[in-house]
Design a protein around this ligand. Structure first.
Ligand code: PMP
Length: 333
């Protein structure tokens, strides 16, 4: 039998890699997108969820019928809820209440217990991450997934995403870039690809309002501006980001990211979230940088993080876009 899996968990990963036409033309070299929206939970975070749960089981922290508690912008919760259902665990998800309604509805539909908290800066004890840690401590038989500082997260990308990309590109890849939320993807794919070929240029693509661009550019954690992108934008060096092999960095505005989201949908039939658009803008910048150095045959890969179906009431809603002062896709206007 071909194309079969003996377990639903084996549906996580092994996503296709697609050549992106418009971005390749804009960069003057090949830009490839890793289709993480093709995971069962429709995002890149299914991988982190599976690795975190397996790690907790291996360490004896998670026992039969136990509970997984996590603070998440949504996608990790969706991944955890699916993995937990498949393995007989319960999930409690703490989420800031400014995240998309679709993610909240999805989490409830999957059977997760959803706890909404007001958005708060990280040092505030009410921040969703701290709230989730406290809830885990107070709940019998619960483990805290701790995606930001649990390096089982980036291990997922060292052990699965990076080798998949390397194999799919026949070992001919010159650059990789993506944005950071926890940093698991950029650090894990970066470390994994560098293990195959240290010359692969790893670039961080940072949204506005995040502090990592300045950190990698000049050693200072400082942010400017803001972004409506969900799931990305980090203000500190998480354990997952420690030692990430970042060679260069780009900063991408929401407007640029939205421009790519619109083009990828209308020209290539890919319906994606804003972090994917921001990643593609970064990949185009990285491709242009390599071409300017005389490497016209450069090949760059990035991550198409999640499905746009998760943002019908925001990114794909004219009223919402107008209220945020963002450009409206012509077919919605
Ligand atoms: N895009 C989206 C939509 C996400 O939900 C996340 C996860 N926070 C990311 C990108 C970033 O991934 P990571 O946490 O691995 O940095």
């Amino acid at each position: 039998m071909t194309g079969t899996r003996s377990s639903s968990l084996d549906l996580i990963g092994n996503t296709p890699l697609v050549l992106l036409q418009g971005p390749s033309e804009a960069a003057g070299c090949e830009i490839w997108g890793k289709c993480e929206f093709a995971n069962p939970g429709a995002s890149v975070k299914d991988r982190a969820a599976l690795w975190i749960v397996r790690d907790a089981e291996d360490k004896g922290l998670l026992k039969a019928g136990g509970t997984i508690v996590e603070g998440t912008a949504g996608n990790t919760g969706i991944g955890l809820a699916l993995v937990a259902n498949a393995l007989g665990y319960k999930t409690v998800i703490v989420m800031p209440e400014n995240q998309s309604k679709e993610k909240m509805d999805t989490l409830r539909a999957l059977g997760a217990e959803l706890v909404l908290v007001p958005p708060a800066p990280f040092p505030n004890p009410g921040h969703f991450v701290h709230t989730s840690r406290r809830l885990a401590e107070e709940t019998a038989g619960a483990v805290w997934a701790n995606q930001f500082d649990n390096v089982a997260n980036r291990k997922a990308h060292i052990e699965s995403t990076a080798p998949e990309i390397w194999e799919q590109m026949d070992g001919r890849i010159d650059g990789f870039t993506c944005a950071a939320g926890t940093g698991g993807t950029i650090a894990g794919v970066g470390l994994g690809l560098k293990a195959f070929d240290d010359n692969i240029r790893i670039a961080l693509t940072d949204p506005h309002g995040a502090a990592l661009y300045n950190y990698y550019a000049c050693g200072e954690l400082r942010s400017e501006g803001s972004s409506v992108a969900e799931g990305i934008g980090q203000g500190r060096i998480t354990a997952n980001l420690e030692g990430a092999p970042i060679d260069t960095q780009f900063r991408v505005s929401d407007e640029e990211g939205i421009e790519w989201v619109g083009r990828l949908l209308s020209e290539e039939g890919l319906c994606l979230g804003l972090s994917s658009g921001i990643n593609v803008a970064g990949a185009v910048a990285l491709g242009q940088q390599l071409v300017a150095e005389g490497r016209e045959d450069a090949r760059v890969a990035t991550i198409l993080c999640d499905t746009g179906f998760r943002y019908l009431s925001s990114l794909y809603n004219a009223e919402w876009l107008r209220a945020k002062g963002l450009p409206v896709f012509p077919w919605l206007a």
